[in-house]
Design a protein around this ligand. Structure first.
Ligand SMILES: Cc1ncc(COP(=O)(O)O)c(C=O)c1O
Length: 357
């Protein structure tokens, strides 16, 4: 009698699921993955493709994309040996967690937060210490500090600004958490370009326990290219690099990033547009009776409606795809949508208004 196949697998697979995006990834108005509505201009795509054409496709790229890593370090104004690039920041999360976690290790995760953190931690059989947000979805800094100390956690992950809540930790609070704990602190700054708070990048030299995670999928509008970065002091980064998948960044991603950094006004302009639209949409929704809207520090907004499943369905039926995040703790009947182009946001507003009259 053969053993059940599941008994041969990592036991953690029983408590995690395959990643999926409810509602899919196709829609007339797609607002469900916190992407930028601005694609690269065609002239820039042409320049990038011309360069890509002349690369050797039969040869491996560099083990790590050093050209892009150097350019990004120079762009940030930090030492080149403090930066490492990955195929999206999701890949870097796996790499960092592999380097830091395993059976017997404890990770503190504020809840609700980016779902991948818990998933990878469980896969690695680490113990998850959850710290709930305040009921208004703000971080509970005192509880994070107290729990980290009391539970002697090895690792703390802070998504700030946070997906899915859209709230930031105040800069001083992040400094306190990093300073008052001897755990490794991973600060995921996926949405930092949209935040009122400043980045903690400047602290990496002073704090050898700090890792900052960045993605090019949001403000830099390159979700399709899969580019992420970790930034830390070189000693810690050298350790994180050990489990890293070699050659995981392709040549096209590397070339694309080099060009985007040369035309960074494209990013500045689109961020300004998105922030203006975010504030406009927030104010408009604030005036709709029956919808609660949460102040956002990101490129997306969280609303609470009477019946999230129904609103999700009605919006989908009109071609507007948002994310139903009501399954997260404290987020009952909440929906999440990123800011789109002005006409897309107007269509969403119009639909929400008709549904609430
Ligand atoms: C907080 C946070 N971190 C990381 C990621 C992963 O981004 P990517 O793998 O596209 O770099 C996301 C994507 O939504 C996110 O919300």
């Amino acid at each position: 009698m053969k053993r059940d196949i599941r008994d041969l697998l990592n036991p953690a697979l029983r408590s995690i699921a395959v990643y999926k995006v409810d509602g899919g990834q196709e829609a007339e108005i797609k607002l469900n993955q916190n992407e930028s509505p601005f694609d690269l201009p065609l002239w820039l795509k042409e320049t990038i493709l011309d360069e890509f054409r002349n690369e050797s496709w039969n040869r491996y790229p560099d083990i790590l994309p050093f050209r892009a890593m150097d350019a990004y370090a120079d762009f940030l104004g930090i030492a080149r040996d403090s930066v490492i690039m990955s195929n999206g920041s999701n890949e870097m999360l796996y790499t960092i967690f592999l380097a830091c976690l395993g059976p017997g290790k404890k990770i503190l995760i504020p809840e609700p937060s980016f779902s991948l953190y818990e998933k990878i931690a469980l896969l690695l059989q680490a113990e998850v210490v959850s710290v709930p947000m305040h009921p208004g979805l703000d971080f509970d800094t005192e509880a994070i500090i107290a729990k980290a100390r009391e539970q002697e956690v090895d690792f703390i992950v802070l998504s700030t600004p946070n997906n899915p809540t859209s709230k930031s930790l105040p800069y001083d609070d992040v400094c306190r958490i990093i300073g008052e704990s001897d755990a490794i602190v991973l600060v995921d700054e996926a949405y930092i370009e949209f935040s009122r708070e400043k980045s903690v990048l400047g602290l990496i030299e002073e704090h050898p326990n700090l890792v900052v995670l960045r993605t090019m999928s949001k403000a830099l509008a390159l979700a399709g290219m899969r580019i992420g970065f970790a930034i830390a002091n070189p000693v810690l980064l050298g350790e994180i690099a050990k489990p890293k998948i070699p050659f995981s960044s392709g040549r096209l991603a590397e070339i694309t990033l080099l060009h985007i950094l040369k035309h960074s006004y494209l990013v500045t302009d689109s961020v300004a547009y998105i922030l203006a639209e975010r504030d406009r949409v927030y104010a408009e929704i604030d005036g709709i009776a029956g919808i609660e809207v949460f102040a956002s520090d990101t490129n997306f907004l969280i609303i609470r409606v009477h019946d999230a499943a129904r609103t999700f369905r009605d919006l989908s039926a009109s071609g507007i795809l948002v994310r139903n995040v009501s399954g997260y703790p404290l987020m009952e009947n909440c929906l999440r949508f990123n800011v789109g182009m002005r006409d897309e946001n107007d269509r969403l507003l119009e639909k929400l208004r008709t549904m609430h009259t």
